[in-house]
Design a protein around this ligand. Structure first.
Ligand SMILES: *Cc1c(COP(=O)(O)O)cnc(C)c1O
Length: 359
């Protein structure tokens, strides 16, 4: 059950985060879509988020959404990644809403929805500067004009995403562009966009600083609920629980060794030429976890005095000379995971999952 390497997943803390965030947003008439993708669509995490009171769910993978439906979730589910032309049948069948930016895809979605006798809801994504998905501001009116005429598709709103690719920070100004477009849409087409989806975890900082433009009525939040962090701003969100998902790995070798390898130095397994500082003889632990399982640069040991010195595909090397507790072969060390490391650990088939919960 609790074999290592594993992630310990504290469902109670995740549930509480969902509740805290929901309560804060309820007060400002903002709906939260709980995003499960950084937990790899894990069904128990999904359940915890729903137990925390969040009704709308989101994931970037249609595969995860199908899994949720098969497990019996009847919540509204939003597909976050723009749909591929080859998956539209499943998108219409399993997702209630999808995010879109391409006319061709919208037209095909419409045809598929008509075929299935459904109306598929869409949110049009607007690129306010991060340069990932979304129609540019200048091309918006043209796209919305056409999108509003497609049978089988109902445009329920517009949205934006920043932080993820360009690292662009959300501001009052760039988020307000959505509200300008809402007004333009009303003026030009006499059409009311119901949902104005302001962004992801990174945008919650505007809410905390009272900088979120009035009229934004939806946020799509994953990292904040699941890990209590906001990697775009490099912060822990102070009113949420953090370290809800941690990595545990076991020691398989523990020896005193020199800190500089002996012999001529070539390239390591990943093509880099390593450099070493001579600190004399140190106590080194090898842990049975590696780059196949996590993003090593996103790990931080929670045991004081432990320092990560390197990793290969299946091994993690730590200097444990100054470790706060006595270690031996078989001892476990716990690590904090940042967004990228969590994503990799949750999707690696080599990493077990252990749930901490009273649910
Ligand atoms: C991943 C994603 C989110 C959620 O991001 P978090 O940083 O985990 O809150 C929201 N919207 C879109 C479009 C996404 O791809």
């Amino acid at each position: 059950m609790n074999k290592a390497p594993r992630v310990n997943i504290n469902l109670d803390k995740i549930k509480e985060n969902a509740r805290i965030l929901k309560n804060r947003c309820d007060k400002k008439d903002i709906e939260i879509t709980g995003v499960v993708k950084c937990g790899a669509g894990d069904l128990r995490i999904t359940k915890a988020i729903v137990a925390g009171g969040i009704k709308s769910l989101g994931d970037s993978r249609i595969k995860n959404i199908i899994k949720m439906r098969e497990a019996g979730f009847e919540n509204e589910i939003v597909l976050l990644r723009l749909p591929s032309l080859t998956e539209l049948k499943d998108v219409v069948k399993y997702a209630d809403i999808s995010l879109n930016s391409e006319l061709i895809t919208l037209e095909s979605l419409g045809r598929e929805a008509v075929k299935q006798g459904k109306i598929h809801k869409v949110i049009i994504m607007v690129d306010v500067g991060d340069l990932r998905e979304g129609v540019l501001y200048k091309d918006y009116l043209d796209l919305i004009d056409k999108a509003l005429q497609i049978k089988g598709v109902k445009v329920i709103g517009i949205g934006t995403n920043v932080g993820c690719y360009g690292g662009v920070l959300p501001t009052y100004q760039n988020t307000s562009l959505l509200l300008e477009l809402k007004e333009e849409t009303l003026k030009m087409f006499n059409y009311n966009l119901e949902v104005i989806s302001g962004g992801n975890t990174a945008t919650t900082i505007l809410l905390d600083n009272d900088q979120l433009p009035k009229g934004i009525n939806n946020l799509r939040v994953g990292e904040g609920i699941i890990q209590g962090t906001d990697i775009t701003h490099q912060r822990e969100i102070k009113f949420l629980n953090s370290n809800n998902i941690t990595l545990i790995a076991k020691i398989i070798e523990l020896k005193e060794k020199p800190s500089v390898p002996i012999g001529e130095i070539g390239h390591d397994a990943f093509g880099n030429k390593p450099k070493f500082e001579d600190k004399g003889i140190r106590k080194r632990a090898i842990l049975a976890v590696g780059r196949q399982d996590v993003k090593v640069s996103g790990l931080r040991p929670l045991l004081k005095g432990v320092k990560i010195i390197g990793a290969s595909s299946d091994h993690l090397l730590c200097d444990v000379t100054e470790a706060e507790t006595e270690l031996q072969i078989g001892s476990e060390i716990e690590f904090q995971l940042n967004y990228g490391a969590m994503l990799r650990a949750m999707t690696s088939s080599y990493v077990n999952k252990y749930y901490i919960t009273s649910l």
